[in-house]
Design a protein around this ligand. Structure first.
Ligand code: HEC
Length: 94
C-alpha cells in the first residue's frame, strides 16, 4: 500500500483498498469470538467491531479516491488507515 502511494500507482491503491475492505468483511464471527475469549477480551467486543468497521469504511474511501485519481485524498486517508491499524493492535494484541 505505502509503496503504491509513493509510486503514484493508482491502480494498486484502488486494488489494495478493496482487498482490505474484503478482508475485513471476511473476519468470521467464530474466529473473532475465539480470539477474544483466548485473550480474555470478550467484554471489549463492541470496541473491536467499531474499529474494524471504521477500517472497512476508510479502506473503501481510499479505493474511491484512487478511482478519482486523487493522490491527496488517498494519502490523507492512508494516514487514517494506519492509525486504525495501530489503534486496534495496541488495544487488542496481547
Ligand atoms: C479491529 C482490529 C484490528 C485492526 C483495525 C487491524 N488489525 Fe491487524 N491484527 C489484529 C489482531 C487482533 C491481530 C492478532 C491476531 C492473532 O494473534 O491471531 C492482528 C495481527 C496483525 C498482523 C500479524 C499477523 C500474523 O499472522 O501474525 C499483521 C501483519 C496485521 N495485523 C496488520 C494489520 C494492518 C496492516 C492493519 C491496517 C490496515 C491492521 N492489521 C488492522 C487486529 C486488527
Amino acid at each position: 500500500m505505502l509503496a503504491a502511494i509513493v509510486l503514484l500507482n493508482f491502480k494498486d491503491i484502488e486494488k489494495t483498498g478493496l482487498e482490505i475492505k474484503d478482508a475485513c468483511n471476511n473476519v468470521d464471527e467464530a474466529s473473532l469470538n475465539n480470539y477474544l475469549e483466548k485473550t480474555k477480551q470478550v467484554k471489549n467486543k463492541k470496541q473491536f467491531e467499531k474499529i474494524d468497521k471504521e477500517l472497512h469504511e476508510v479502506a473503501e474511501k481510499i479505493s474511491k479516491e484512487a478511482q478519482r485519481r486523487s493522490i491527496e485524498g488517498a494519502t490523507r486517508l492512508f494516514g487514517q488507515l494506519v492509525n486504525l491499524c495501530v489503534k486496534c493492535h495496541v488495544t487488542f494484541c496481547k
